[in-house]
Design a protein around this ligand. Structure first.
Ligand SMILES: [Zn+2]
Length: 119
């Protein structure tokens, strides 16, 4: 990886970190609203509005978790970049392709390992 490529990926990572933080914050606000609305609705199971709130809740909760997981993954990628280990697959040690890193800069596996792990 050239210094230019590494700088490009560092910028991508920082942009994505900010985006994940914003998403986590926006979802947090929505969760607080749903929590407030839920406290008002007494019968969650049988009230049609209550069940909408429940599904809102699980959708938002899923989004919040995904944003948190992504944030950690990006922070770890930035740490690896600082340590000089960024871009190497943590499973086989080969370098992760630049195209893959551009699409998913927090990736820890090369495409071959990622495919095998998904099986
Ligand atoms: Zn690999």
């Amino acid at each position: 990886m050239t210094p230019e490529e590494s700088a490009e990926l560092a910028t991508l990572l920082e942009d994505r970190l900010l985006a994940a933080e914003h998403r986590a914050m926006a979802v947090g606000v929505e969760l607080a609203q749903v929590r407030g609305a839920r406290a008002d609705s007494v019968d969650d199971e049988h009230d049609p509005e209550g069940s909408t709130l429940s599904s809102d809740w699980s959708r938002l909760d899923g989004l919040a978790r995904a944003a948190a997981v992504q944030r950690v993954a990006i922070e770890e990628a930035l740490d690896r970049m600082e340590a000089g280990t960024y871009g190497a697959c943590i499973r086989c040690g080969l370098s992760i392709g630049l195209d893959r890193l551009r699409a998913r800069p927090e990736a820890v596996h090369c495409i071959e390992c990622a495919r095998e792990l998904e099986r």
